[in-house]
Design a protein around this ligand. Structure first.
Ligand code: UN1
Length: 497
């Protein structure tokens, strides 16, 4: 069992110190505070991890899926029983509020249970044959060794939905988490080992981009699952395509909420505020654009201004805080400069939060939730992913223009439409180019039993979660099955039975 503050790699079932550079896991609300520390993996250690995954792949694939699922059930129970403890650690290293941190650990448990349930679901398909005495089967087999690269913003939920899916379908995994959230990575790996996962089936290595490159470029890796920026995702996908390695990349978003003139304004306000500012806007599914139907725009902005002004910013462990810090100083400075550039280019601040909690430390990486109205349809703040608590607003003249605005730019992850008009909702389904559409709810959120992922520049390869996960984490073999005897030479008369 690893020491609380020491970040150890998990390689072939052994908790090991890395042989590389020292790294620190810092609290973004109190940057002087070290949450945990460790040493990065060397390239040799990445190789050890991949070789361990390769070595254990055959046995794990041959283990009945119900036994593999048992490990997931036990891991889910362990997560559930430690949700408060791990949720607090999550908040300390990532900065989302404690409620969100604990909620995310519980969500990870729910994800594990969903995949454990795969053991009792269909394992392929059966088709009729055009020939007598034959059946056609489509069976599913594991892909082999999966490399998982995960982002900082969901330190345990995203890893859970990649790793649980990979494992239950019989693959082995080498995982490199984002370097700002290594502690929750170790916690998830720990619960898997405590739940009885055999050595080498899940391996965990910490490191920067070079470690990620050594992992995804390793000759023994068969598939890569990635969540992060579009730039990195496309780079990985191109490299994988060259080598014939399958890849799933879940990338950026610039997600619009459309509020039509007939919407329930209070509901829309609640959902827009939650979608834009929970997790300090650091979700690829966050609401980062608001399209207001012109007749209600002034009223909506006035009410939004009040809601935003009431948000409490500060240490996310304080239960009265609504918005914690962003992940690090680099993110804070980048977001601040995007906002300054937008204002210099003509955007107007229509709402901003300024309620800093007294107990929050000024060195924390805080960005005030801000709503900016933009006039120019091609303004960078309208099209670029900012990944912070920043909401850009435009006014539209009715449904058609609103949809056009929501579709602007390269991304196509999620969108919301607020309306009570079924005709408009149905038209939205066919005309908003996104992988996830919410009608009268916020743009964020992803249930484990349905596909999750984006269109356009937001996604590449099969989607995550639900049955879509099975498509990525297995490969199919089509079997033409006959009994080996000609129908004329059966030892009985089939027609007479
Ligand atoms: C959610 O909206 O709850 O990185 C999940 C992200 C997405 C997951 C979003 N891959 O924000």
């Amino acid at each position: 069992m690893p020491d609380q503050l020491r970040l150890l790699h998990l390689i072939d079932g052994q908790w090991r110190e890395g042989g590389g550079q020292r790294f620190l896991d810092l609290n973004p609300a109190l940057p002087g505070q070290i949450v945990a520390e460790g040493l990065e993996a060397t390239e040799g250690e990445v190789d050890d991890a991949v070789c361990a995954a390769r070595k254990s792949a055959r046995d794990w694939a041959a283990t009945p899926i119900h036994e593999r699922a048992q490990v997931l059930w036990r891991a889910a129970e362990l997560l559930e029983s430690r949700a408060e403890e791990f949720g607090t650690e999550l908040t300390r290293e990532e900065g989302k509020t404690l409620g969100e941190g604990v909620g995310e650990v519980r969500r990870a448990a729910q994800v594990l249970r969903y995949y454990a349930g795969s053991a009792d679901r269909g394992a392929g398909e059966v088709y009729s044959s055009a020939r007598r005495g034959e059946r056609l089967l489509v069976v599913r087999r594991p892909v082999g060794v999966v490399a998982a690269i995960t982002p900082f913003n969901f330190p345990i939920a995203i890893p859970a939905w990649k790793i649980a899916a990979a494992l239950v379908y019989g693959n082995t995994v080498v995982w490199k988490p984002a370097m700002s959230v290594p502690l929750l990575a170790m916690r998830l790996a720990q619960v898997f080992t405590e739940a009885g996962l055999p050595n080498g089936v899940l391996n965990l290595v910490y490191g920067q981009n070079a470690t990620g490159a050594a992992l995804v470029g390793h000759a023994l890796v068969n598939a890569v699952t990635f969540t992060g920026s579009t730039q990195v995702g496309r780079h990985i996908a191109a490299d994988c395509a060259r080598r014939g390695v399958s890849v799933q990349a879940e990338m950026g978003g610039k997600n619009a909420a459309i509020v039509l003139r007939d919407a329930d304004v209070e509901l829309a306000l609640d959902q827009v505020v939650a979608g834009a500012f929970r997790s300090a806007g650091q979700k690829c599914t966050a609401t980062s654009r608001l399209v207001l139907d012109a007749p209600i725009a002034d009223e909506f902005l006035q009410l939004l201004q009040r809601r935003v002004a009431a948000l409490q910013i500060g240490d996310p462990l304080d239960p009265s805080v609504n918005v914690g810090p962003v992940i690090d100083g680099y993110a804070r400075d980048r977001i601040a400069s995007e906002v300054a550039a937008a204002i210099a280019a003509g955007a107007t601040v229509v709402a901003a939060a300024d309620q800093r909690r007294a107990n929050s430390d000024d060195t924390g990486f805080y960005i005030s939730p801000t709503v900016l109205e933009v006039e120019h349809p091609k303004a960078p703040i309208w099209e670029r992913e900012i990944f912070g608590p920043i909401l850009a607003v435009q006014r539209a003249d009715g449904f058609a223009q609103a949809v056009q605005m929501a579709n602007e730019g390269d991304f196509g992850l999620s969108a919301s439409i607020f309306t009570q008009d079924v005709t408009a909702a149905l038209a939205a389904i066919d005309s908003i180019d996104v992988g996830v559409l919410h009608v009268n709810s916020e743009t964020a959120g992803a249930d484990p039993h349905v596909p999750f992922g984006g269109l356009k520049a937001s996604g590449m390869g099969p989607k995550e979660q639900g049955e879509a996960a099975r498509d990525f984490f297995t490969q199919s073999t089509t079997v033409y099955l006959t009994g080996g005897r000609s129908p004329h030479r059966l030892p009985f008369d089939l027609a007479a039975l």
